[in-house]
Ligand binder design. Sequence first.
Ligand code: CU
Length: 115
Amino acid sequence: MTSHKINMLLIVGLLVVGAFDREGLAQTTSLPQRHVVQIDGFVFQPPQIRVVPGDTVVWVNRDFVPHFISVGEGKWQSDVLEENQSWELVVNETGSFSYVCVFHPKMIGIVTIHD
Ligand SMILES: [Cu+2]
């Protein structure tokens, strides 16, 4: 066997090992996720979401009227969201937090952050 062929075998072998490593990583770690809540017709959709610490929740206002989100009784607040504006919240703790639109208190939702 020439040294060139041996080198090729080594390279192929490393690629195979690399592929398995990536597979293992995908199974054992979960990358932070983005969860989108649409605001449409004065409703949060979906109204309830479950996330894990490190995830991002994104609220997007699809209404032509502004909305203003307050999570956990003011623990986190958006700016006033005009049409098609969004607000991103990175959650780093666990718990269940209800939220409302300050302008339209009948608009309610829940974010549950679990381990
Ligand atoms: Cu509103």
